[in-house]
Design a protein around this ligand. Structure first.
Ligand SMILES: *Cc1c(COP(=O)(O)O)cnc(C)c1O
Length: 381
């Protein structure tokens, strides 16, 4: 059987089909060693020396992620933020970077507070408009275009192929935060992106019990070598148990994401009809401004994330979040349990998030329960 012809869902379910050669175990062991034997002639022929440089427990999740993204190589990091920060750390000091106005707020704050402080110039643009991206890139000065699609928490959509063309014409790399899309729905490298980043804390792990991040590259070039060195020398490495749990989570990635997508679509449609709802933000709704682009670059669904704006402003949103019983009031996303959050309470003053917005991360519960819980919370406002 040629592994290259197998469907991604098969590769994920079997974690690439590997078994432990020495025992026949169908689950690979967790390697906890921080150091490895040298050969008598002083070489490290097995390729391992120290746990910060590399960890055998990473091999399988990195290989699986590489296969799912259709890339050349992947690196796990101690968090999504560590993965993203590594990309910016590896840029030259005076680099010009184009980033979206609508993006994961933690990374936007970090760019403001840290990346800009050491000389990186970040220009925030409406990345849903390719014209705005085109105007922002500067030939030979822009080193990186960073996009996120669908983007937290308005779920605006960026045309990856269009952004790649614009970045490459200026001599810049395109990196995509694909946390919300997951490799189940979108493979950014197929559309011309150079790097894909995930907060593996979210869908890849899927059980709200691991903080992890990843990068996948389309080619093993000099920039990738720099990223590998940045992880091992910078030290943002994932623990062995977390790497094991992450692989365990990735084995159920497809059924979890497929169900979350189906339920999110139903929830978005049900809430769209509710009289107390001002707007539902979900790329799967035909009236969403990014729907056509999302339909082109997402396969099998539009993701498990949506946001809802309620009539009655911040107060109504906070009260509704207080009244749900099945949805958990908590930050984060991509777990098997559904989460609800008033984002304006979390994001800073320069956030584009309306005060009346609740962000919903749809889990794998029965969608009828999720819908009736929301309808009774919103209906009692
Ligand atoms: C959570 C998240 C991050 C940050 O990842 P951590 O694992 O929390 O460090 C980055 N991007 C997106 C879209 C996220 O949801």
């Amino acid at each position: 059987m040629n592994r290259k012809t197998l469907h991604p869902a098969t590769l994920a379910a079997q974690a690439l089909g590997s078994t432990d050669a020495s025992t026949g175990a169908v689950v690979l062991p967790i390697h906890t060693a921080t150091t490895f034997l040298r050969d008598p002639d002083n070489q490290y022929r097995r390729g391992r020396s120290y746990g910060r440089a590399d960890n055998p427990t990473y091999d399988q999740p990195q290989a699986l992620l590489t296969a799912l993204e259709g890339g050349a190589a992947s690196l796990l990091f101690s968090s999504g933020m560590a993965a993203a920060a590594a990309v910016f750390h590896c840029l030259p000091r005076d680099a010009h970077v184009v980033a979206p106005q609508v993006m994961y707020w933690g990374l936007r704050n970090w760019l403001r507070n840290f990346a800009e402080a050491w000389g990186i110039e970040v220009e925030f643009v409406d990345a849903a408009a390719l014209d705005a991206l085109r105007r922002a890139v500067r030939a030979d000065r822009t080193r990186l275009v960073w996009i996120e699609t669908p983007a937290n928490p308005l779920w605006s959509v960026t045309d990856i192929a269009g952004a790649a063309e614009i970045a490459h014409a200026a001599g810049a790399l395109l990196a995509v935060d694909s946390t919300a899309a997951t490799p189940v729905l979108t493979r950014p490298l197929d559309f011309g992106a150079d790097l894909v980043m995930h907060s593996a804390t979210k869908y890849l792990n899927g059980h709200s019990d691991v903080i992890a991040g990843s990068l996948t590259t389309t080619r093993e070039d000099g920039f990738w070598a720099r990223l590998c060195a940045a992880r091992s020398s910078g030290g943002a490495v994932l623990g062995s148990f977390e790497a094991y749990l992450l692989l365990r989570g990735m084995r159920t990635l497809f059924p979890r994401v497929e169900r979350a997508c189906r339920s999110a679509q139903q929830i978005a449609e049900a809430l769209s009809r509710h009289p107390r709802v001002l707007e539902v933000l979900y790329p799967g709704l035909p009236k969403h401004p990014g729907h056509a682009v999302a339909a082109r670059q997402m396969t099998g669904g539009f993701g498990g994330m949506l946001s809802v704006r309620l009539n009655g402003g911040a107060e109504a949103a906070i009260v509704a979040a207080a009244r749900v019983e099945i949805w958990k009031r908590a930050t984060s996303l991509g777990g098997v349990e559904s989460l609800i959050e008033h984002r304006a309470s979390v994001e800073g003053a320069d956030s584009p998030v309306p005060a009346d917005l609740l962000r919903l991360s749809v889990g794998i519960e029965d969608p009828a329960d999720l819908i009736s819980d929301l309808e009774s919370a919103i209906g009692s406002l």
